[in-house]
Design a protein around this ligand. Structure first.
Ligand SMILES: [Zn+2]
Ligand SMILES: [Zn+2]
Ligand SMILES: [Zn+2]
Length: 881
């Protein structure tokens, strides 16, 4: 019998810590000093094992075997012949040479010159279990100042407000924005939060309103009864937060601003509508609702001349597509075209993204803010799992260091697992992610804001909308650098230092950044949206008809959609106009959320809805018997109710605390091309961007052991009847070159060929986050057997624009894929989790061939020509996902 408590380096590991991968070592008898339990084994990132005795310091690295016990025998052999064994004094050197840890001198150099450093850094950088890939302090030069405020072409009232705040000079970017907006241009401003963005758009718009107001002569504010500007914020809380800043500038000019959102009490709402303010602060949900219900507020909105959209980066994906149509509907009702000012803290592709979102060219203005020092460390876990590393940093930062901390994971499951383990180890942490109820999320935000909670475990996309102010530390797996640093910068501005930890893991991107840290600092995040999403369009055209009947001329631009709505009995043609059946239309629209596509599975526990999950992902996570994580707890799916024409829901039940597994779905998918929108050549490869139909099946699931960072499940369970689902989306397709050389040397050519394509598909998708900045979760992929056809598609129904970003940069993606594969030192035929494996593989990471995939990628970047072919050729014998 082996002991449960393991002693290693003077530390004791409980069962739970072992669960979390804190220690994956067992204890053995030492061949040299004969202590019974002094030898521990650490698994090195490349799969080998490092044995060492805590007593006499003998140690050795051995190749991995099927079991640790077997490797131990090899360790004994090495100790016996003396050749392979060393003592721990040499071990450091050995580990340094193997790039398991960084030489002490180099860590010293990293930390040199840092004054008053937090023990947190010492602790993390000198852990001796990780490789410090990079450490640097990010400091931005202070922003450039422009001219004296007195020389601005704006009202005296504004100038005196600024002077009263001690502002003598504006920043250059503010000056530029003010000038351009005054000239009537549509502008997008990107500058860090708290750098004066609000002033940059407020001053010129207030000035323009004031000019208009002065034409009304003696009328006091509020008596004019016309909304001049609409200021939109993504959440109620953010809008209300900004009110004091807006009124501070507006009041001296006699310009009135008021909030109208879902929280506005009825009496206040009545007052606002009775005498509309010059500026209304609201959100798109409210605008959408009032327009389609033709309320008094929607009539008041029609006089608006200016639209301000702050935090524009939030409107990505399906939400952005809805916002695009809501703005178009607003302009349709308005008496004149609105001038738009957008702002964001982070939007590297501001001009392109805003063109898609607003449907017009915007002038981009970039500003810098004052920001304190952010210490950025990129850490690769050499002797443990990613999660164990992230947990350790999280504990140090949140608990001991008392830093307000956010931990990012790139998937729902990742954020749940991290919180699950951290909570077990005493960190006060909560999960914040999509799929939890809005009130649950608001509760978490409130607790964090008020200091009752020291950490939040979130997914990066959701983080954008969280209203929690500054944080001091961020721990994250792969997330773009601007996202990592953005929130911290503000805290650091107050003179504190901020900490950003990129905790790499056992995946292709981590391996890539381990050897190319500079690329991490230059890789960018792109915001994307696709207003042409046909499902969004259907709802929005229906809503538009509710706003006001659609004329024949207007219907031309969306003829197919209009006809579809007519055939469903939602619209009918009356006197040359398309008019809605209000009762039916409202039944459809009232259950539609503009923040995500409507198709979702509700999650119920004891009859109560406690969350939801969007399709198609819901099928993989909520099938019968799936283990589902929700808000840091595990449940089993008792039943999934998935019937035609009924809102689907999953019933959960509690499971024992120590239940050893969670589940991973086994799936297959079949794509069909519906329409090709665009074709191009990447190197010699023809690539088409198209509308797709995906038929998805969940065939069963594999049980994955808790605490094991395994990409492959232990036991498989197949369903008698697979779950089937069909959806439409967008994506691209190309035919990968055949790996003929590798095939010619193999016994089973067909196996090698399809495994090469399957592996290629994995690497492109797993690496995509480096190219797009988004989560690879936003994409799906299919490799069609030995045909070489590879499909990459948007994971949201109808499309969210993610695959288009990758399509536009496919040359870079193929280059990265080749480097990931060829630089990976693993020697197994199928590859490893750091090159060919995918954690989301529906085929349990079977059918993978590394060498053949390298040949495929080599041929691709060297310009071998391939064609997609005709419809008949677009089929393979087997679809691998
Ligand atoms: Zn010993
Ligand atoms: Zn590998
Ligand atoms: Zn796969």
């Amino acid at each position: 019998m082996r002991d449960v408590i393991i002693v290693y380096s003077g530390r004791q590991f409980s069962q739970e810590q072992q669960d979390a991968g804190v220690a994956n070592n067992s204890s053995y008898r030492c061949p040299k000093c004969s202590s019974p339990h002094s030898v521990g084994a650490d698994r090195i990132f490349d799969g080998r094992l490092m044995f060492r005795c805590a007593r006499c310091k003998i140690c050795a690295i051995v190749q991995s075997s099927t079991s640790t016990d077997e490797s131990y025998l090899e360790f004994l052999d090495k100790c016996e012949d003396g050749g392979g064994a060393a003592t721990t004094d040499d071990l450091r050197l050995l580990m340094e040479q193997e790039k398991i840890i960084r030489p002490k001198k180099e860590i010293d150099a990293f930390l040199a010159g840092l004054e008053g450093k937090d023990p947190l850094l010492e602790e993390v950088l000198r852990s001796d279990r990780d490789y410090v890939v990079d450490f640097r302090s990010l400091e931005e030069p202070p922003p450039e100042y422009g001219n004296d405020v007195n020389s601005m072409p704006v009202d005296e009232g504004i100038i005196s407000v600024l002077k009263a705040k001690g502002i003598e000079k504006l920043y250059k970017f503010q000056e530029e924005a003010i000038k351009k907006i005054l000239q009537g241009n549509d502008v997008v401003i990107t500058a860090p939060t708290a750098s004066g963005k609000t002033e940059a758009f407020c001053i010129p718009i207030l000035q323009k309103i004031a000019e208009e107001v002065s034409r009304f002569g003696s009328l006091r504010a509020g008596e004019r009864g016309k909304i001049m500007a609409i200021f939109v914020y993504p959440t109620k809380a953010l809008g209300r937060d900004q009110m004091p800043k807006i009124t501070e500038l507006a009041e001296p000019l006699g310009v009135r601003a008021a909030v109208l959102d879902g929280d506005t009490p009825d009496t206040e709402r009545a007052r606002v509508l009775e005498s509309p303010p010059d500026i209304i602060v609201t959100n798109f949900d409210v605008i959408h609702y009032h327009m389609m219900h033709r309320t008094k507020f929607s009539r008041a909105l029609r006089t608006a001349k200016f639209l301000v959209v702050d935090e524009a980066h939030v409107y990505t994906g399906v939400f952005g597509a809805n916002v695009h149509h809501i703005i178009a509907r607003l302009e349709r009702l308005a008496s004149s075209k609105m001038q738009i000012a957008a702002a964001s803290a982070t939007l590297p592709n501001a001009a392109d993204f805003c063109k898609a979102l607003f449907g017009r060219e915007m002038q981009a203005i970039k500003g810098r803010g004052r920001r304190g020092r952010v210490n950025l460390a990129i850490i690769f876990p050499s002797l443990r799992s990613h999660r164990s590393l992230a947990l350790d940093i999280l504990k140090e930062a949140a608990a001991k260091g008392k830093h307000r901390t956010i931990a990012f994971s790139n998937s729902h499951l990742g954020s749940e697992l991290l919180a699950f383990y951290a909570a077990r180890q005493g960190v006060s942490i909560r999960v914040h992610r999509a799929g939890l109820t809005a009130s649950a999320r608001a509760g978490v935000e409130e607790m964090f804001k008020s200091g009752k909670l020291s950490a939040i475990s979130a997914t990066p996309t959701l983080e954008l909308g969280i209203d929690i102010g500054d944080v001091d530390a961020i721990v994250s797996n792969i997330v773009p650098v601007n996202r990592l640093v953005q929130r911290i910068g503000r805290a650091a501005r107050r003179g504190q230092e901020g900490y950003a930890f990129l905790a790499l893991g056992n995946d292709p991107i981590s391996q890539y950044y381990k050897s190319h840290p500079d690329d991490y600092l230059s890789d960018q995040e792109f915001a994307y949206t696709d207003p042409e999403n046909p499902f969004v369009k259907e709802f929005q055209i229906l809503a538009m008809a509710c706003d006001r009947p659609v004329s024949m001329a207007e219907s031309k631009g969306a003829w197919d959609t209009v006809q579809k709505l007519v055939s469903r009995g939602l619209l009918s043609l009356e006197k040359e106009r398309f008019v809605p059946d209000f009762k039916k239309a409202m039944a459809v629209l009232n259950s539609y959320s503009i923040r995500g596509i409507g198709s979702r599975v509700d999650i119920k526990l004891a009859g109560k809805i406690i969350g939801d999950r969007s399709l198609p992902q819901a099928l993989e996570e909520l099938h019968q018997d799936a283990i589902y994580f929700l808000a840091g707890r595990r449940y089993r799916v008792k039943a999934l109710h998935f019937e035609r024409d009924r809102q689907p829901y999953a019933e959960l039940e509690a499971i024992p605390y120590d239940y050893p597994y969670y589940t991973k779905a086994l799936t297959d998918e079949w794509p069909s091309i519906l329409e090709v929108h665009e074709r191009k050549k990447v190197f010699g490869i023809e690539v088409a961007y198209c509308s797709l139909k995906i038929q998805k099946r969940v065939l069963g699931y594999a049980n994955v052991e808790i605490g094991q960072e395994a990409a492959q499940g232990k036991t498989k369970v197949m369903f008698d009847q697979p779950l089937e689902y069909e959806f439409f989306t967008k994506g691209f397709v190309f035919r990968a070159p055949r790996p003929e050389e590798t095939m010619s040397k193999a016994d089973d050519e067909e196996y090698v060929e399809m495994s090469a394509f399957h592996a290629s598909e994995h690497v492109i998708i797993e690496g995509s986050a480096m190219i797009t900045g988004g989560a690879s979760q936003d994409l799906g992929g299919i490799s069609l057997g030995s045909s070489g056809l590879i499909f990459v598609y948007d994971g949201s129904i109808g499309g969210n624009g993610a695959s288009k970003v990758l399509y536009d940069r496919l040359d870079k993606a193929l280059g990265r894929a080749l480097r990931i594969l060829s630089e990976c030192p693993c020697t197994s035929e199928s590859g490893c989790p750091r090159c060919t494996y995918s954690y989301r593989c529906g085929n349990n990471n079977e059918y993978l061939h590394k060498a053949a995939a390298i040949e495929v990628m080599n041929r691709a970047v060297e310009g071998e020509a391939t064609k997609i072919g005709d419809d008949e050729e677009i089929q393979g014998d087997r679809a691998l996902v």
